[in-house]
Write a protein that binds this ligand. Sequence first.
Ligand code: PHE
Length: 446
Amino acid sequence: MAREKWGTKLGFMLAALGSAVGLGNIWRFSFVAGNNGGGAFLILYLAFVILIGVPLLLTEVSIGRKAQSDVVGSFKKLAPDTPWFLSGFFGVMSAFLILGFYGVVAGWSIYYFWKYLTGQFFTQPDAGYAAVFGEFTSHAWHPVFWSALFMIFTIAVVLSGVNKGIEAVNKIFMPLLAIILVVLAFYSISLDGAKEGLKFLFYPDWSSLRDPSIYIAALGQAFFSLSIGMGAMLTYGSYLSQENKLPGATLGIGLMDTSFAIISGLVIFPAVFAFGIDPQSGPVLVFITLPGIFEQVPFGGIVGIVFFFALIIASLTSSVSILEVPTAYFMRIFKWSRRFATILVGTIMFILGISVSLGFGIWSGITPIGNNNILDSMDYVASNILLPIGGLSMALFVGWYFTKEQALESADLTGSPIGGYWHTVIKFVAPIMIILIFLQALGIIE
Ligand code: PHE
């Protein structure tokens, strides 16, 4: 059977942008920035996106397009009889871990959507939004139910092949989400006490750079948000034909993704300070801040409905790209049908997600890594360790296994003025930086 292909280059761009923009920009960006001191984190994150992220995004897509295979198969094809294919396994592993918790948080979003649709969140419940959220997430099966629903949507889309529904839905809801966020940012900034939030986000407190964990946090956020290091972008690239040029497209995706993160920072942090919420509240941050904002804006209930709907769509276009990574791999090695592979992989991820949900309730005492609950621990391993390792090996592969000519050609940079720069980044700068950050996180260097 011939491999599937995108309908058009625009279809690829939208799907890749859909993969990049998701809970990572709104939910994850806010709490990671909140935990790591705000401004200084933002600068580090931006530096990593520009210096490492965008060049790696181009690298990752170009590997897939050249090989026309999944994340493991691509390395086997381009470098037969070498161990390079092991890089792909990190990607497959991180896909399981990430969708395991992503599905849970997206499930929370569906629950919020439901609460808005039925008008129950239009005004603050007596106990307050934070308490209601706490009650919901610690319930034995409510969160599991909503994450099951989200996983069913994800499976349904991946089942029908990526290029049908998903392209069209993206076209409408991405711009809509952007518009809502911009409008909300204005409201948030106009709240009393918003200034503190802006200060938190834009005036770097350089002393935060002394905290060793900020570097790996910013690196992990850059990888997570750009969907790199897992092979999602590689797999999407593998459905492209050689004649579609990559550098402009990948730069565009990087810029748009980053803008979404900054705008959602403008929505969240002014409100966090205006409402007196602790910016270090962690993964629950946006779920207690946003309803507070919606309550104050005119027609906030309607805004809530549209916002959470758009957030669900944004999450769906990302989760689809995550599920596609192991699906494409299993389809090839076991010769499974798309249907069987998708349902099986999606179900395993859902089951992993049950433990994440329980981690907010009866299993809240379980802290696999440090003080982190199950969600935070899975997120830490996948985003801060597995994704950067995946990215590192892709950089080394294109930088060192390919000749410079092959590398430039694969990325459509032959004869381009930025070709030399990109190649230096891939070959030296990105690998060295990633390794230094790892060594520093391990406490080996200061
Ligand atoms: N980039 C997505 C987001 O920001 C999440 C993601 C991570 C998707 C890794 C694919 C691979 O929500």
